[in-house]
Design a protein around this ligand. Structure first.
Ligand code: NAD
Length: 359
């Protein structure tokens, strides 16, 4: 049966980079035995402009019906002043919550050709391949009670960091299974010396470890993990952590690779239906100029094929096509260095599609 992919370009550079990923998808369907149909839906500011809502029912219904979603980016100064509940970002947060996308996968991969783009020494980061698995729908970002109240004549702000055993087990299983399919090492990050919620986290991860004897488990306090990521990042294979720590560590790991324009992500539900998007935002400062790097979105498409459509073979071919194009010396402005050929968004997409077709 044909698999349905919903394309949600969004705002800013979103439509430009998604168009390049769609080119690569067409090249993949021409080259491989893939039965895919696509549909498109508005989200973010683009949806607000038409429907007065950043996630209108028509878009949410299409997202529910799809097998996977390829998402661009949302937001921009045009919508900064509108009522908070209608802002573009709310559309994405609601989409994640409505679809139960609890597992956020953020690989930090450094193609050897780009080792010079990192702020760390090339030998520390060259060949880096880490996968951070972040719990996305629980923890302190969602815990109740939360708010700001008056106490003894002053305002007090408070949030609640809360995880149930079942929530920890659910994300833990995803991480163990991913580790099993890669380097078989899993590092669980907590602050169990101070926070009871992460003491439970550590216990549940240790319980789960019994089901995965082939995966080597370690535990690290979050402060040490932040330090180790810049000291010796290649010691990690898969890292798993809660919502807040994952937010911070995945951005830190992202910067090890030098450019945010290279980093894909996946957010999965229990059935591995997922939303796939670049880690960066809508880059309003360069939107419409044809210079954005489409590779994070193209690599997000590869993740979509691997995790939601079970086509690891096509995903690997796309990743190889990206690497070949980098090897040929093609660079968008954000990753350009002397001696390379500076290309536009569309030229980069064309080159990856051509390499894939020829593979
Ligand atoms: P940003 O990621 O959009 O941009 C940060 C910097 O990186 C900018 O200089 C931009 O030009 C550059 N950049 C980003 N993606 C690039 C690419 N593919 N190629 C080349 N350069 C790229 O972050 P920001 O400026 O803080 O936010 C801009 C808007 O994006 C805001 O409205 C924000 O709310 C939104 N945002 C959306 C998402 C999302 O859609 N998931 C995530 C983060 C921010």
């Amino acid at each position: 049966m044909s698999k349905q992919i919903l394309i949600m370009p969004g705002d800013g550079i979103g439509p430009e980079i998604v168009a390049e990923a769609v080119k690569v998808l067409h090249a993949a369907t021409a080259r491989f035995d893939l039965d895919i149909s696509t549909d498109e839906a508005l989200v973010g500011g683009a949806a607000y402009d038409v429907h007065g809502d950043p996630l209108p029912d028509v878009s949410l219904d299409k997202a529910r019906a799809a097998d996977a979603i390829l998402f661009g980016s949302i937001g921009g100064p045009k919508w900064d002043a509108i009522e908070r509940s209608k802002r573009p970002e709310r559309g994405l947060l609601r989409l994640r919550a409505e679809l139960g996308l609890f597992a956020n996968l953020r690989p930090a991969i450094l193609f050897p050709q780009l080792a010079g783009a990192s702020s760390l020494k090339p030998e520390v980061v060259s060949g880096l391949d880490i996968l951070i698995v972040r719990e996305l729908t629980g923890g302190i970002y969602f815990g109740q009670p939360r708010g700001i109240r008056e106490e003894n004549g002053e305002r007090v702000g408070f949030n609640t960091d809360v995880y149930s055993e079942s929530e920890i087990r659910r994300i833990g299983k995803v991480a163990f299974e991913l580790a099993r399919a890669r380097g078989k090492r899993l590092c669980s990050v907590d602050k169990a010396n101070v926070l009871e919620v992460t003491e439970l986290w550590k216990e549940v991860i240790n319980d789960l470890a019994g089901d995965y004897p082939d995966v080597e488990v370690s535990h690290m306090y979050v402060d040490n993990a932040a330090m180790q990521l810049v000291r010796a990042p290649k010691q990690f294979d898969v890292m798993v952590t809660g919502n807040l720590f994952g937010d911070i560590l995945s951005d830190e790991a992202a910067m090890l690779t030098g450019s945010i324009g290279m980093l894909p992500s996946a957010s999965l539900d229990q059935q591995r239906k997922g939303l796939y998007e670049p880690c960066h935002g809508s880059a309003p400062d360069i939107a419409g100029q044809g210079i954005a790097n489409p590779l994070a979105t193209i690599l997000s498409l590869a993740m979509l094929l691997r995790y939601s459509l079970d086509r690891g073979d096509v995903a690997t071919a796309i990743e190889a096509a990206v690497e070949a194009v980098l090897e040929d010396g093609l660079r968008t402005a954000d990753i350009h260095t002397d001696g390379c050929r500076k290309v536009s968004t569309a030229e980069m997409g064309d080159a990856v599609a051509a390499r894939l077709k020829a593979s």
